[in-house]
Design a protein around this ligand. Structure first.
Ligand SMILES: [Zn+2]
Length: 262
């Protein structure tokens, strides 16, 4: 299975499962969904392509400092890596997202903390949104550059903090419709597979708050152990020198054809 196939499978599954969960009145929160997805990725038979590294969760008291559920590194050692700082939100009743304007420590908004953290470490801050098949998805919510209307891929979508800030500041804006009407909202697999989001100096999802260059030459180096039961981890120096979430996903992916980094 390729990384692309895995992320597509998980998005389609999330799309369906969240819908079925709604039907039986089961409320799934973003934390549980994220756990389930990261476990699925960790156990998937694509070792060496995508790795999920866990060192406990971002502790609750530290989440307030980072605003981040996990980090995702995508790229390869030839072209470089892009680092994303990710906050997850699940769609709730009435096709609305709750908690977008959530306050964390000292009354700061979670979204501001996420942006500040991302700027500090040279990551692109994004939201990962979990959506059920019951959302009224149409053509106007589809912004993938190289396919059309695979709506189940919106089960796991990515959007910018700018789109979320807009949603927060717009009356009635915290909905699937509002956020996915913005061209910044794309299926999560696009970060891995679509040329628009790979190999560009100016990343379409980056805000001007990203202060450091976000093309990293290398991802955190990884010491693989023979089996996942033993765990695997990035080098100790990286963990120790890097504040931030204790969950990293690293997806090694070739450059999409037709475009090289500039
Ligand atoms: Zn795409």
């Amino acid at each position: 299975m390729t990384a692309q196939e895995l992320f597509e499978l998980l998005a389609a599954e999330t799309w369906k499962r969240l819908y079925l969960a709604q039907k039986v009145h089961m409320r799934l929160g973003e934390e549980g969904i994220t756990d389930y997805l990261l476990l699925g990725i960790k156990l998937a038979p694509i070792a060496g392509t995508t790795l999920v590294l866990l060192k406990d969760k971002t502790p609750k008291h530290l989440e307030a400092l980072y605003g981040t559920d996990w980090e995702w590194w995508i790229g390869n050692n030839t072209s470089g890596w892009i680092r994303y700082a990710i906050q997850a939100k699940a769609l709730k009743a009435k096709h609305r997202y709750a908690g977008l304007a959530q306050k964390v420590k000292k009354g700061k908004k979670q979204i501001d903390v996420l942006e500040a953290y991302a700027a500090k470490v040279g990551a692109i801050p994004v939201y990962c949104l979990y959506n059920p098949a019951s959302v009224p998805a149409t053509k106007m919510h589809w912004h993938c550059c190289n396919s059309s209307g695979q709506f189940d891929q919106l089960g796991c979508s990515i959007t910018t903090t700018a789109a979320v800030q807009d949603a927060i500041n717009t009356r009635g804006g915290r909905t699937f419709d509002f956020i996915h009407s913005q061209t910044d909202s794309i299926p999560w697999r696009c970060l891995v597979t679509c040329a628009n989001y790979r190999g560009k100096t100016t990343h379409p999802l980056a805000s001007n708050k990203v202060s450091k260059p976000f093309w990293y030459k290398k991802a955190p180096s990884i010491t693989m152990r023979p089996s996942f039961e033993n765990g695997e981890g990035p080098d100790k120096d990286f963990w120790d020198s890097t504040p931030g979430p204790r969950r990293l996903m690293i997806t090694e992916a070739p450059e999409p054809s037709g475009r090289a980094p500039t």
